[in-house]
Design a protein around this ligand. Structure first.
Ligand SMILES: [Zn+2]
Length: 343
């Protein structure tokens, strides 16, 4: 089969590799129809993922049709349309049994290795799905592949930051960083009835945030916009979706007293200089979210199918899988906000 392989840092190639096979009784094989590139794919692309194995098939956002299932798979049969969850889990560890699958002892991310055990991803014609009953979600007939692919990862991620941030109808919500995950936070907060100020200086992202119902400002204009909207007290909830120390610092200063800063950008700094004086004086709450497709996908698929939520509005580029190297180059250069590739 054809698969998108990270041969080495910066070197994405579409190669012929062996077809995946059922190796555990709970596995399924899925024929991929559409797959997206995620910002997280850029960490190994840049060689920033220690221990990443060259030759791993990339991709943790995909939809397709079940081709084959192992004898222990109960929920899925060949021919069904499915979406993956970005991260697999074992379903049996204490975290899984307590309903916290993102903290599973056996978690692994499709298309990753190093931090997690190697698990080939879905930027390919075929992909092996371990623990298919847990890892896959059935796609309703009236949800398109292009909308469903968001349920694999970034929609539950943005939505999780909003829900775990405690966003309520009527709240003032600032979203700092409007890459794809930030835009999913905008979409989710607007859907919950919040007033949303989207903070990003890249014109294409600002335009997409406005199309989703936010007011878009640059980082330099954020303080004034939030003061105007809040009578000077700050945002009820600030979602930080940029994954940069400066963005987190800005987010902490845009929240009102007793407000919430809900972080969904990926952070790897062990030495972030948290301003405890500011945190204490303003009684802020700071929480982090990875995103939980396993728990949230069915509710989100229902919002898409029946309640007018359309994450595919942020797709800026549609490309064949064969053009993956160019797609990665464009995504990395921010010439594209969200790319969906089809097989
Ligand atoms: Zn587990």
């Amino acid at each position: 089969m054809k698969a998108v392989v990270l041969v080495g840092p910066g070197d994405v190639q579409v190669l012929d590799v062996p077809d995946p096979v059922i190796s555990e009784p709970g596995d399924a094989i899925v024929e991929v129809t559409a797959t997206a590139i995620c910002g997280a794919d850029l960490f190994p692309y840049h060689g920033h993922t220690p221990g990443f194995e060259s030759g791993t098939v990339l991709g943790h956002e995909f939809v397709g049709v079940v081709r084959e299932v192992g004898p222990d798979v109960r929920t899925f049969r060949p021919g069904q349309r499915v979406v993956n969850s970005s991260m697999i889990r074992d379903g049996s560890c204490p975290s899984c049994r307590a309903g916290r699958p993102t903290q599973c002892d056996g978690r692994a991310l499709f298309g990753y290795s190093g931090v997690y055990p190697r698990l080939d991803g879905g930027q390919a014609e075929l992909v092996r799905i371990p623990a298919a009953d847990l890892s896959l979600g059935a796609i309703p007939d009236d949800v398109s592949d292009e909308a469903a692919v968001f349920v694999a990862d970034i929609l539950p991620t943005g939505y999780g930051a909003v829900v775990r941030g405690g966003v309520q109808a009527g709240d003032l919500v600032a979203v700092v960083g409007c890459g794809p995950v930030g835009l999913m936070a905008v979409l989710s907060a607007v859907h919950l009835g919040a007033r949303v100020i989207a903070v990003d200086g890249i014109p294409e992202r600002a335009g997409l945030a406005e199309a989703l119902g936010a007011e878009a400002v640059s980082i330099d204009g954020a303080r004034d916009a939030i003061d105007d909207a809040s009578g000077g007290i700050g945002a009820d909830v600030v979602v930080e979706a940029a994954g940069a120390p400066a963005a987190l610092d800005a987010a902490l200063r845009l929240a009102r007293g007793r407000g919430m800063v809900s972080v969904v950008g990926a952070h790897f700094e062990p030495d972030f200089p948290l301003d405890n004086l500011h945190m204490f004086e303003h009684e802020l709450t700071l929480r982090f979210t990875i995103g939980d497709p396993t728990n949230d996908r069915d509710g989100l698929l229902d919002l898409i199918a029946n309640h007018g939520m359309d994450p595919s509005a942020i797709v800026t580029h549609r490309m064949p899988l064969a053009d993956a190297a160019e797609a990665y180059r464009m995504f990395d250069a921010r010439e594209a906000t969200k790319i969906v590739m089809t097989t």
